[in-house]
Design a protein around this ligand. Structure first.
Ligand SMILES: C[S@@+](CC[C@H](N)C(=O)[O-])C[C@H]1O[C@@H](n2cnc3c(N)ncnc32)[C@H](O)[C@@H]1O
Length: 331
């Protein structure tokens, strides 16, 4: 008797049911209301765009957090308005789900697709997307929850909590910056001050500190959520927060000193827009790492930076997948 009761509870936890439908945006509020009030829906998710729609809009353009221009956002909104909204309604029992589907079809003539799902622990699912990354024998990047358990044979380890800031180490553009840094360190180049322009998760500034850049490290981003994630990661790596300056655009005038090492892993349009500043913020015998460039975009960027600062020489380009990262040196 007792075990039968336990099984019932477990089987309720194990499954949930959904109805997927494509509806006009002006019906959304009303259908959401009735789904909850009359059919005991436990939640609703809205997918404004299908994957082919996203491909159609973005084409070969690629954007990262904070970089999508307003005209592209407008384009996305226009498509959503034309083509309707995809909704997924959640139910804890099949009867409610079927009743809702019949009502949707009879009242609004929208087709609903029923699906049954096994219960998933979303926290565990999300973690599966992040694995430790070996940059090479010098450095591993490890997700926060594996800090105590992962056995790393690399000389150094960075721990990252994958939050709102871009930069878990898995993206080619970040990886290439870390590679350039390790190349410089393994050549015994003397570095002290550092700016990470567009710091995201803070991964590059934290790596610089790990490789003994002891001056205060400036971490700059236009996104305040990225800076919150950076702060979280500084703590996670047991580094003193006072040895970093976390800067938003309102504090931009504080990045007016000269640096030995500057990272800028942003997209080409931002690297070009910020060239005047980035090409001229280097001290003597310093290095500039420009990443976030798709193969073929680097020449225009190098030429612009050299035109703005003739003392800059192009040292090396690293490639991974479709992405390139350029190392420049000011003698
Ligand atoms: C590709 S992520 C790089 C994050 C991290 N540095 C890394 O290498 O993984 C680019 C970052 O630049 C920031 N960003 C975008 N435009 C910017 C701008 N004009 N000035 C400063 N930061 C910007 C974004 O918010 C984002 O955090």
């Amino acid at each position: 008797m007792c075990s039968a009761k336990i099984n019932l509870v477990i089987s309720k936890l194990m499954n949930y049911y959904t109805i997927c439908t494509l509806i006009n945006s002006h019906d959304c509020d009303e259908i959401d209301f009735f789904a909850k009030e009359n059919f005991a829906s436990t939640g609703v998710v809205e997918f404004s765009l299908t994957e082919p729609q996203v491909d159609k809009i973005l084409g070969e353009r690629s954007y990262s957090g904070g970089d999508v221009p307003t005209e592209v956002i407008q384009e996305v909104e226009d498509v959503v308005t034309q083509d309707g909204v995809q909704k997924q309604y959640f139910f804890s029992d099949t009867k409610s789900a079927y009743n809702f589907r019949s009502w949707l079809e009879n009242t609004y003539h929208y087709k609903g697709i029923f699906d049954s799902h096994e219960y998933e622990d979303w926290n565990e699912q999300w973690k599966k997307n992040y694995k430790p990354i070996s940059v090479d024998e010098w450095l591993d990047v490890i997700p926060e929850w594996e800090k105590e358990t992962y056995h790393s044979s690399a000389k150094k380890q960075i721990y990252i909590y994958p939050g709102m800031g871009f930069g878990t180490g898995s993206h080619e553009t970040t990886y290439l910056c870390l590679k350039h840094l390790i190349d410089l360190v393994s050549r015994g180049v003397n570095l002290s001050s550092c700016l990470d322009f567009g710091c995201g998760s803070g991964i590059l500034g934290i790596a610089a500190r790990l490789f003994h850049l002891y001056d205060t490290i400036d971490l700059y981003d236009i996104d305040k959520d990225a800076l919150k994630n950076t702060e979280q990661n500084i703590h996670l790596n047991e580094m003193p927060l006072e040895s970093f300056n976390l800067l938003l655009p309102s504090m931009r005038k504080r990045i007016d000193r000269k640096y030995n090492l500057v990272f800028a892993n942003i997209l080409q349009n931002v690297l070009l827009a910020e060239a005047e500043y980035l090409a001229n913020c280097l001290d003597q015998h310093s290095f500039l790492i420009l990443s976030g460039l798709l193969e073929g975009q680097e020449q225009e960027v190098i030429q612009k930076y050299q035109a703005l600062n003739p003392k800059l020489i192009h040292v090396k380009t690293l490639i991974k997948g479709d992405w390139v990262a350029v190392l420049m040196e000011q003698l």
